[in-house]
Design a protein around this ligand. Structure first.
Ligand code: 4AD
Ligand code: MG
Length: 463
C-alpha cells in the first residue's frame, strides 16, 4: 500500500471523468483508477474512451468505494492508442454471441471471451501437466500426411498443383507424381497412426495438435479445424484405456476449477442468466460449477454398446417416436440424440460406452472374440455428447491386414504402420479427446465456435 505503480491496459469504462476501469487482459477484474479531473487537460480526458490503450502512474491506496479493496490514485495519465467511440464496435454492454462471432478479431476483449481464453489456456497447461506427471512423452505427429487414419475420407487436400489445369496422367486423372510430395497428401485427421509408432518405441506418448476434417457438419460441436489430444500406450488394454481417459478428464476439470475460480464464477453467472431466458422445462438442472463438481465426485458409468441399445430400444422417446433416428436393431450407429438420452436422462452421469459393433468403427480397433464387436470406447458427457473416442488396437498382423482389405485400404499403402505388428507387436491402446469440446464443457459455452479464438467451419475462414 502506498507504492507508486505503473499500469498499462485498455479502458473498459470511464465514468464521470473520474473512475477509470483499466484492464490488461491478465484477469477478469479491472482495476479502478481514480482521476482528479481538475488536474488534467479536458482534451486528454476526452480521449479516455472505451477500448483506448493507456498508461497510468499512480499510488496504490485503499479504495473509498465498495467493490474493490484498492484503487490507484492517478498521478500521470497518457493515452497510448485512441479508440474512436463512434466506430468501435464493442460497447460496455452485453453483445450477443452471434454478433461477437462477426467481430472475432475484437471479441477476446470482452469479459466472456477473455474468461474463455484464459480457461482454455489453463486446460491446455493441465493436459501437458497430466501426461508429464504420468511419464508420457509429448510427440509431434505430422500435419501433412498421405494417409486417412479414420478412413472417413473427410480430407483437406494439400497440393501445389495449379487449381486450373492440373497435369493429367495416361488415364486422364490428376498426375500427383508431379505434385510437391509426388503423391496425394492431405491435412491430418488424426495423429494416431504415427502416435502408435511412438508408443511402440517410447512406451507412452501423447500428441496435442491441430486436426482437420472436411465434414460438412454445421453443428454446435463440430469445427473444420480443431485441436485433439491423443495418448497412446503400449501394454494397455481397453480397461486401462478407460481408466486413463476418466482420470485425464477429471484432471483437466479439477485444475481449471482450482486455477480459474474468478473466470469460472463469471461464466457460471453468465450461464445462469442465459438459462433464465429459457422456458422452465428446458433449463439445466445444475449450474456450471455444480456440474463440474458432480463430474469430479462420481465415477463415470461404464456400459457396453449392447446394453445401451437395449436401454434405448425400451426408452420412452424411442417408443413414442421422438428420436429422429429410431433404434430398431443391434448394429445401429448411435446419433447424438441417443448419446444425450443415455447421459442426460438415463444415467445422469458421464458414460463410457464400449465394445461397439465392428461395422460402425474404424479398421484399427481390436476385434473381440465374438467376431462381431471391437474394443472401442466413447466417453459421453452431459450437454456435449462424445468428448473422447478411442480403442484397444488390433495388434495381430494378419487380422489387421484382413480388416484393412475389408474396408478397401491397400495394406501396402500403410506398410509402415503394419511394421509395428511385425516387429515386437503388443497389446496397446489410446484415445482422442476433442480439446474444444472439453473447453465447452468447463466453460458452459453452448457453441464450439465460441471456445476457439478463430473458428473454421464450412463457409467460414474469416480472420
Ligand atoms: O472419435 P474420433 O474421430 O477419434 C479419432 O480420431 C481417433 N483416431 C482417436 C484415437 O483413438 N487416437 O475423434 C476423437 C475426438 C472426438 O471424440 C471429439 O471429441 C473430437 O475428437 N472431434 C471433434 N471436435 C470438434 N470438431 C470436430 N469436427 C471433431 N471430430 C472429432
Ligand atoms: Mg468418434
Amino acid at each position: 500500500m502506498g507504492a507508486t505503480i505503473q499500469l498499462k491496459g485498455w479502458v473498459r469504462t470511464f465514468r464521470s471523468n473520474r473512475f477509470l476501469a483499466l484492464n490488461d487482459g491478465s484477469c477478469q477484474a479491472s482495476i479502478q483508477c481514480v482521476v482528479d479531473f481538475e488536474a488534467f487537460p479536458e482534451a486528454l480526458l476526452r480521449r479516455v474512451t472505451t477500448g483506448a490503450s493507456v498508461a497510468v502512474v499512480g499510488e496504490l491506496v485503499p479504495s473509498q468505494g465498495s467493490g474493490q479493496a484498492v484503487e490507484v490514485a492517478v498521478k500521470t495519465l497518457e493515452v497510448l492508442g485512441d479508440c474512436p467511440a463512434d466506430s468501435y464496435p464493442l460497447q460496455p454492454k452485453r453483445h450477443s454471441l452471434e454478433f461477437l462471432r462477426e467481430i472475432a478479431h475484437l471479441r477476446m476483449r470482452t469479459n466472456t471471451f477473455g474468461a474463455v481464453m484464459r480457461v482454455r489456456h489453463a486446460a491446455a497447461f493441465a493436459v501437458h501437466e497430466f501426461f508429464n506427471q504420468q511419464g508420457f512423452f509429448y510427440l509431434n505427429t505430422p500435419i501433412i500426411t498421405a494417409s486417412d487414419a479414420e478412413g472417413a475420407g473427410e480430407l483437406f487436400r494439400v497440393t501445389t498443383l495449379p487449381a486450373d489445369g492440373a497435369p493429367k496422367n495416361d488415364e486422364g486423372l490428376t498426375d500427383f507424381r508431379q505434385d510437391f510430395f509426388e503423391k496425394p497428401t492431405n491435412l491430418t485427421v488424426s495423429g494416431q497412426l504415427e502416435g502408435e509408432l511412438g508408443a511402440m518405441a517410447l512406451g507412452k506418448i501423447y500428441t496435442f495438435g491441430p486436426t482437420f476434417r472436411a465434414e460438412n457438419s454445421n453443428t454446435t460441436r463440430h469445427l473444420s479445424e480443431f485441436w485433439m489430444i491423443e495418448p497412446e500406450m503400449a501394454f494397455h488394454d481397453l480397461a486401462d484405456n478407460m481408466d486413463l481417459a476418466e482420470a485425464f478428464c477429471k484432471h483437466i476439470i479439477k485444475a481449471v476449477m482450482e486455477r480459474c475460480q474468478e473466470d469460472l464464477a463469471f461464466l457460471d453467472q453468465r450461464l445462469e442468466q442465459e438459462e433464465k431466458s429459457k422456458p422452465q422445462a428446458q433449463r439445466a438442472e445444475q449450474g456450471l460449477l455444480e456440474k463440474l463438481q458432480f463430474v469430479l465426485d462420481n465415477p463415470f458409468v461404464r456400459c457396453t454398446y449392447t446394453e445401451a441399445i437395449d436401454i434405448l430400444k425400451e426408452s420412452k422417446p424411442n417408443k413414442k417416436g421422438q428420436f429422429k433416428y429410431p433404434i430398431e436393431t443391434w448394429g445401429a450407429d448411435l446419433q447424438s440424440e441417443h448419446e444425450r438420452f443415455l447421459v442426460e436422462k438415463h444415467f445422469k452421469s458421464p458414460v463410457i460406452l464400449f465394445d461397439y459393433p465392428a461395422k460402425i468403427k474404424a479398421f484399427y480397433m481390436r476385434l473381440n472374440e465374438d467376431g462381431q464387436t471391437v474394443r472401442a470406447m466413447d466417453v459421453l458427457f452431459p450437454g456435449i455428447g462424445e468428448i473422447v473416442g478411442g480403442s484397444q488396437r488390433e495388434e495381430r498382423h494378419d487380422v489387421l491386414v484382413e480388416k484393412m482389405k475389408a474396408v478397401g485400404i491397400d495394406p501396402e499403402h500403410l506398410d509402415w504402420y503394419l511394421d509395428t505388428r511385425k516387429f515386437g507387436t503388443c497389446v496397446h491402446s489410446g484415445f482422442g479427446l476433442g480439446f474444444e469440446r472439453m473447453v465447452q464443457f468447463v466453460t458452459g459455452m453452448g457453441n464450439i465456435r465460441d471456445v476457439i479464438p478463430f473458428p473454421r467451419t464450412p463457409g467460414n475462414a474469416e480472420f
